[in-house]
Ligand binder design. Sequence first.
Ligand SMILES: *Cc1c(COP(=O)(O)O)cnc(C)c1O
Length: 397
Amino acid sequence: MTNFAATKPMFTLPEGMIYLDGNSLGPLPKAAPAAMEKVMRDEWGEMLITGWNRAGWMDLSTSVGDRIARLIGAEPGHVIMGDTLSVKVYQALASAVALNPGRKVILSDNGNFPSDLYMAQGLIRTLGQGHELRVVDPEAVEESITDEVAVLMITEVDYRTGRLHDMKRLTEMAHAHGVVTVWDLAHTAGATEVKLAECKADFAVGCTYKYLNGGPGAPAFIYVSPRHVDVAEPALSGWLGHEAPFDFDLDYRPAPSIERMRVGTPPVLGLTALSAALDVWDMADMGDVRKKSQDLTDMFITEVEARCPALTLASPRDRDARGSQVSFRFAEGYAAMQALIARGVVGDFRAPDVMRFGFTPLYIDEADVMRAVEILADVVNNDLWDRAEYKTRAKVT
Ligand SMILES: *Cc1c(COP(=O)(O)O)cnc(C)c1O
């Protein structure tokens, strides 16, 4: 059993703050600053260039990848770290498209995060082969999986509403039609029980600064199924994905493993902070995390609906149909969220009217939920949001 009372004090959370935004940026693991200092002083400072060998920097992308593999149900040796999620989306999609050369349709849904769609649009322009990005309603994905589709590119959880797609079912349907799947786990890695191997997912990508608590701009990950890893063509054929980077050949030959999805030099400092976060994850079982997150989100929905009649639930009511966030619609949602933040309850806002609250069992418990609802009810029922200072939009909402 995961001991959540033991994981909570492993994070730095400002006194009095209830942090319900771990779905956007996880908090600082208390051990991370010392881990960073050690790598900076003892490794970078003392070893300099020899750190690549002596401190094992070059192996970090795969060793950290293996620690993430456990959390997303992937086979060991099939996850590698690097770059940001948008870049990994491009890479996975390019390789997936190349596996289905006769087909021209990339299928996604309008609940996807825009960056994934933008990357697909950019890839299509670069390929110049007349591919089409077909974006349908989330409910229409199943019926749109046809023999025309090359790749199904889906983000499991809708960032606005928290709606969760059924990975197993959609992957089975895709495979029945010869479609290759790319799954974006941005809002599920560290939030739900992802089972990539069991679902026979083809490619998956995700970021590590949200539920995984790796820190702002932490490196992303990419998974390639053992069925494809030796044939997947890397579109971003950087030197560290080469079979023998230090031969300095003038021609590219991909490494015969997940290493081909490396592009350039590993982000050692980012991987160091992420490793400290994964030390906390080593204490967690994803089944326990998922169960507790469902309990917390159910509790939040019940309490908010009972005490804040002006708010409308935008997330699925069925706990198995949503991720680890709960969204409520409220016309003055932006101002209300600013008023909440001013009172120590930190969620975020997504246009046009969605107030978003993320639930992260490693450091959020039932008492936090009850206190957050109390403050939310005060803000909404007493119009405490109705002040000019809460209505000016900042750059990041
Ligand atoms: C958060 C998120 C991103 C962000 O991509 P970055 O390159 O890390 O900025 C992309 N896609 C999805 C689905 C996300 O939720």
